[in-house]
Ligand binder design. Structure first.
Ligand SMILES: Cc1cc2nc3c(=O)[nH]c(=O)nc-3n(C[C@H](O)[C@H](O)[C@H](O)COP(=O)(O)OP(=O)(O)OC[C@H]3O[C@@H](n4cnc5c(N)ncnc54)[C@H](O)[C@@H]3O)c2cc1C
Ligand code: SF4
Length: 331
C-alpha cells in the first residue's frame, strides 16, 4: 500500500485565508479541493508539499447559479456530481453535464470538484508511476530528471491534459476566475492552458480558481462530449472531444466549435470546424470537420494505446461528438 508523505494540513475557511496561507508557505504549499488527484500523486511522490491548504471548508465556493441573461456560474468547489446533475447544466450546457458525469467513478465525482478538474495534473506513462518505478528508470524531466522519455530531444514535457471538463468548457466559451496575492482576475478558458506538460496553466504562484463562468445559452445551440477510454466503467480519456453547434431555424449551421483533449498538453480548439458553418451538417461536411481534428491532433507515445490508433480515433470521436451535438444527446 502506498502511503502519503508527511505534511501539515491547513484548512482555509475563506478565499482570503486560502490566498494568505498559500502566500505564507510559497512553493512549500499546494491547494487541495477534493484531493482525488493531488493525494494520489502525493502517494507516488510526484508532489511532496510540506503544507496542504484545504479549500473544502470554503462554503462561498460551493455553488451553481444560472440566469438566462447572465449565464452559468460554477463555484470552484461545486462537485462533479453536482455539475453533472444540475438541471440548468443538463438543459443549457449538456456537453458539460456529460463531461462532468464521465469523470472517473461516482465516489470520486462526489469528492472531485470542477475547480480541481480543470487543474488536474498532466499525465504520462513515465510519470504517473510510483517512486521505485521512476527511480529504476532514472526519472524524467517533469520530476527529478532532465530528459523527456517520450521525446528525448524535446525541450519541454509533452505529458497530456486529461481533464474531461476542460474541452467541454472551452467549447462553451467559459471564463476562469482566479484569486491570488495580486488580487482577482478573469482568464478566458482559451488562454488558461499552455501546451507544456510542466507549466500547463496560466495560473500564477499562489493563485486559486474561484469560479468558472459560462455565457448565457445561445438559442438553438447544442453541445456534446464523447470520450474514448480503455475501461468504460471508469478511466481517464485516451481521446476526449467536445462539440458545440448553433443551428438556425432552417437547420443551417451558424457556429461550430470542436475541441480535442488528451492528445497534447492542452485542449486543442479545432479551427477547421468552421467548415460546418453554412452547411446543414451533411455527411461530407461532418467528415471535413472530423478531418480537421485529425490533422491537428499530434498524439505521442505517453498514454494508453498506440499513436496511430489514438490519432485515428480522433477523427472517429470528432465525428461522434458532432453527431451527438446535432442530435442534442445527453450522456
Ligand atoms: C482512479 C482515478 C480515475 C480518474 N479518472 C479521471 C477521469 O476519467 N477524468 C478526469 O478528468 N479526471 C480523472 N481523475 C482525476 C480526478 O479525480 C479529477 O480530475 C477530479 O476532478 C479532480 O478534482 P479534485 O477536486 O479532487 O482536485 P484535487 O485533487 O484537489 O486537485 C487537483 C489539482 O488541482 C489543484 N487545485 C485543486 N483545486 C484548485 C483550485 N480551486 N485552484 C487552483 N488549483 C487547484 C491541486 O493543487 C492539484 O494540483 C481520476 C482520478 C483517479 C484517482
Ligand atoms: S512527457 Fe516526458 S518529461 Fe513529461 S512526464 Fe512524460 S517522460 Fe516526463
Amino acid at each position: 500500500m502506498m502511503r502519503l508523505p508527511p505534511f501539515a494540513y491547513r484548512a482555509a475557511r475563506t478565499v482570503d485565508e486560502a490566498v494568505a496561507l498559500l502566500a505564507r508557505h510559497g512553493p512549500d504549499a499546494l491547494p487541495a479541493s477534493g484531493g482525488t488527484d493531488l493525494y494520489a500523486n502525493m502517494k507516488q511522490r510526484l508532489f511532496t508539499p510540506k503544507v496542504v491548504v484545504g479549500l473544502r471548508p470554503i462554503a462561498e465556493l460551493r455553488f451553481i447559479t444560472f440566469d438566462p441573461q447572465r449565464g452559468l456560474e460554477l463555484g470552484a468547489l461545486a462537485t462533479l456530481t453536482d455539475v453533472g446533475r444540475s438541471h440548468a447544466v443538463r438543459t443549457h450546457y449538456s456537453g458539460l453535464a456529460t463531461a462532468a458525469g464521465s469523470v472517473s467513478t461516482p465516489q470520486l465525482r462526489n469528492m472531485g470538484t470542477i475547480g480541481g478538474n480543470i487543474c488536474v495534473d498532466t499525465r504520462c506513462n513515465y510519470y504517473n508511476q510510483n517512486l521505485d518505478w521512476r527511480k529504476a528508470l532514472g526519472y524524467c524531466m517533469k520530476k527529478d530528471g532532465d530528459t523527456c522519455r517520450v521525446a528525448p530531444s524535446s525541450p519541454k514535457c509533452v505529458a497530456v491534459n486529461s481533464s474531461d471538463t476542460a474541452p467541454a468548457l472551452l467549447a462553451l466559451d467559459a471564463t476562469v476566475h482566479l484569486a491570488g496575492p495580486s488580487g482577482t482576475r478573469a482568464v478566458r478558458m482559451a488562454d488558461f492552458y499552455r501546451n507544456d506538460g510542466m507549466f500547463a496553466w496560466a495560473k500564477q504562484a499562489g493563485e486559486i480558481v474561484t469560479k468558472i463562468v459560462l455565457p448565457p445559452p445561445v438559442p438553438n445551440t447544442r453541445s456534446a462530449y464523447v470520450k474514448l477510454r480503455l475501461r468504460n466503467s471508469f478511466d481517464f480519456p485516451v481521446v476526449g472531444v467536445a462539440a458545440a453547434l448553433t443551428l438556425d431555424g432552417d437547420g443551417v449551421c451558424r457556429a461550430a466549435r470542436l475541441v480535442v483533449n488528451a492528445v497534447t498538453s492542452c485542449p486543442v480548439d479545432v479551427a477547421g470546424a468552421s467548415v460546418l458553418v453554412g452547411t446543414r451538417l451533411e455527411a461530407d461536411a461532418l467528415e471535413a470537420a472530423a478531418d480537421a481534428a485529425f490533422a491537428v491532433a499530434k498524439p505521442l507515445d505517453n498514454t494508453s494505446a498506440t499513436i496511430p490508433y489514438r490519432k485515428r480515433m480522433v477523427r472517429v470521436y470528432a465525428r461522434r461528438a458532432l453527431e451527438a451535438a446535432a442530435r442534442g444527446d445527453l450522456g
